[in-house]
Design a protein around this ligand. Sequence first.
Ligand code: NAP
Length: 321
Amino acid sequence: MAHSTIFTYLGILFSLGIVAATIDFILPYLRPSRLHRYLHRGDSAQTSWALVTGASDGIGKALCYELAATGFNVVLHGRNPSKLEAVQNSLSSTFPSRAFRTIVADATICTEDAIQAIANRVSDLQLTVVINNAGGTPVSAPNGDIYKRLDEYSHKEVADTVNMNVVFPTMLSNALLPLMIRNGGRGVIIMIGSVAARGFPLIAPYGAGKAYLRVLSEALGQEMHMAGYDVEVICMPLGGVTGVQAIWQKPSLFTPHATTAAKKILARVGCGRSEIMPHWPHALQRLLTDLIPRGLRGGIFREAMAEIQRNGLNPQDGKRD
Ligand SMILES: NC(=O)c1ccc[n+]([C@@H]2O[C@H](COP(=O)([O-])OP(=O)(O)OC[C@H]3O[C@@H](n4cnc5c(N)ncnc54)[C@H](OP(=O)(O)O)[C@@H]3O)[C@@H](O)[C@H]2O)c1
């Protein structure tokens, strides 16, 4: 075969590969949300319920508004009773025909009793949506510096970070699944992940915890399928999102507001993947950085995190609305 023919075939194969990869990237973002599958309407006692952890602020709070607007009753979980009550009151006046319930529980405490107490509070509800949103880096940060090497963490800081990001969502799913699958019920569990799962330095236990959620979602989804249960499990990693406690810069294409992020999260339900970045510009960012050679990429991540450690994530003169 002539060299030119070989190159022609290689060119066709390469082009087909690019077309297939592009379709694979775009398709899940074009599918309409299937969240409505998990909404059964009736009087407020019969209407489906959604539970959102970390609902007193940021993305979790925005998710509660979006879920209530869609028709769900919502259980709000958080650690601060007065913040939770304020969010519940605001939701009740915005959506008078929805019902709301609050659960106060610290996500760094994952004893059997603590987790069972949460399950008991929702055992009478038709729970079809669970969003494991509570997460972050619960380190003591007297100078606002939460970015540090693992050897600079205290024992408690490591334990709290792993408990909140790994143990709590795992134990909660373990305790809530029997409620979701009773009577052949259907539902969706969403794990809010992070781009930090790629292994960014200076937030190692947090990023590693988010990587764990990806594997948990994949395996748990397969288990539900094997058992014939109609429960979807999706890990949804986010890049930067503003309008949250730690970030208050102006929203942009690559740093959407918490409300936009919440809409995108719910829009991706039923996309057919066990992991998807809900906001497509974040996925594009990930795709583009994947094209950078590994050695060079590591240097870029180190420099970016060192810059965040020096200057933080927000404009120096800005403050949260
Ligand atoms: N914003 C981003 O750029 C970004 C990027 C990637 C991933 N994420 C993920 O998105 C999720 C939400 O983060 P966010 O940015 O919306 O943060 P946020 O504004 O700080 O909200 C976090 C929520 O979790 C609650 N929470 C924190 N520690 C808790 C604890 N120990 N026990 C119970 N509740 C606790 C907070 O309660 P309080 O109101 O009492 O503080 C708040 O309701 C997290 O899983 C985070 O990892 C965010």
